[in-house]
Design a protein around this ligand. Structure first.
Ligand SMILES: [Mn+2]
Length: 265
């Protein structure tokens, strides 16, 4: 059952590791499964609360980065991962539809809770479901999913930010987008508008691949080239997560940093 393998951040800083055997012996046509997973979430330097939340629950991983002021942001990101854990089945017939429905429900839950002092709260989300047919990913905001596959790093998500849009349309370079203050101005997030439509995409994956979800606190300090080098080193996932957090800090990321990753078996 998914609940038995569920972990969420509970407290300021937290690290979890998890491993279990795939449900059935592997055959050439067997769906991919999670063979090990890990997560790490650390509060930003000088911040009073960690507004990121994560979920590692068997084949379902998610990272959410709350906005709207300390307590409200923390609550929004927690609501997002709680809603996903409740609503996403372990092995749905249609993973794209299952993830989309859960994110849309999370949007309603955050809006319903955004009253009084919490008005205006919201959260990013990146969620991935590993199973039949590969890795299905949904996102809104600037938390990211990466897949290490065939010794190469692929980013599976596009940021919903003004800077990312400007880079996508060729108005600024990717390098400028990384440093632009507009990278933090989100065009889409959970809880911001009455309707949130997400279009999850399914990606091919193979045993040995590593899926990594992260909040912007990670990618602000660790560029894709550095991330690829760390994944190429083949470190155990808990060491990979700890090292990436340390690298992001060393490179000046003061934000909350959250990573959830899975080795595909
Ligand atoms: Mn952040």
């Amino acid at each position: 059952m998914m609940e038995a393998h569920a972990f969420e951040r509970d407290g300021e800083d937290m690290t979890v590791t998890n491993s279990y055997a795939p449900a059935s012996p592997r055959s050439p046509r067997a769906p991919v499964a999670v063979s090990a997973s890990a997560a790490s979430s650390v509060r930003g330097s000088g911040r009073e609360t960690n507004e990121d939340s994560f979920l590692v629950a068997g084949p379902l991983l998610a990272v959410a980065d709350g906005v709207g002021g300390a307590a409200a942001g923390e609550r929004a990101s927690r609501l997002v991962v709680d809603t996903l854990r409740r609503l996403v089945p372990e092995d749905p017939a249609d993973p794209e539809a299952a993830l989309a429905a859960a994110v849309e429900q999370a949007n309603r839950a955050v809006r319903a809770a955004a009253v009084d002092g919490a008005a205006g709260m919201g959260s990013t989300v990146v969620a991935a479901l590993i199973g039949a047919g590969g890795v299905t990913v949904a996102n809104a905001g600037d938390s990211r999913a990466y897949l290490w596959h065939d010794d190469a790093l692929r980013r599976l998500t596009a940021d919903d930010s003004i800077a990312a849009d400007l880079a996508a349309s060729g108005k600024i370079s990717a390098a400028d987008a990384r440093r632009s203050p507009l990278r933090s101005i989100l065009l889409r997030a959970v809880g911001v508008a009455e309707e949130l439509e997400v279009r999850p995409e399914r990606h091919h994956a193979s045993p040995g691949d590593v899926l990594l979800l992260c909040s912007d606190g990670l990618w602000d300090g660790v560029d894709d080239e550095t991330l690829a080098l760390e994944l190429a080193a083949g470190q155990p996932l808990p060491e990979l997560a700890a090292r990436l957090v340390a690298l992001a800090r060393a490179h000046g990321s003061h934000d909350d940093i959250t990573i959830a990753c899975a080795l595909i078996g």
